[in-house]
Write a protein that binds this ligand. Sequence first.
Ligand code: AR6
Length: 177
Amino acid sequence: MVVHVINDVTLTLLEGNIVAVEADAIVNAANAGLAGGGGVDGAIHRAGGPEIMAACAKIGGCPTGSAVATTAGRLHAKYVFHAVGPIYDGRPEDARLLASAYQACLDLAEQHQIKSIAFPSLSTGVYGYPLDLAAPIALRVVIDHITKPTSLHTVTFVLFGKTSFAAYERALKTLAE
Ligand code: AR6
């Protein structure tokens, strides 16, 4: 685990499974149809129960680069923020959309005045975004956000496996220098 404090906000990198984490909002790596799937999405719907999918179906969809809030069902959270990152194909647009998906979650956090949020590494599984490119984008958006006044006290990146954790650790070291 790596803990870094910026402006009284604790930024933590944690290796683990996001459904085991307690936070006001847990972020899902969703698709634009909010249709469910594998990876984080599958784990969140399995652990949270059918209430979450019912809420997603009501909303209907979410454009790439944005996010929507639903109930967290049985998860140890008040909300799930479903964020849609880009499918990586090497265009400059990808970085903008990835940053925008994180920013959309941070904007929802302010709207709901929540204190803690847990992110997975958006787009770096099925969507193919290289970890070493995605990690600095994710961290930069969060660090810029918590440098300004915020309702958040805790931001946690929950990283699945050693490779993912190491990529974020390297990126944080570079950005925090
Ligand atoms: N906790 C934390 N991180 C996880 C977990 C978990 N339980 N499971 C996987 N990861 P992905 P994407 C990591 O594929 O790339 C779905 O089908 C994983 O190792 O979940 O944004 C959706 O429905 C990777 O580093 O999301 C979409 O269709 C990261 O989480 C599509 O996949 C993201 O992997 C979204 O793809």
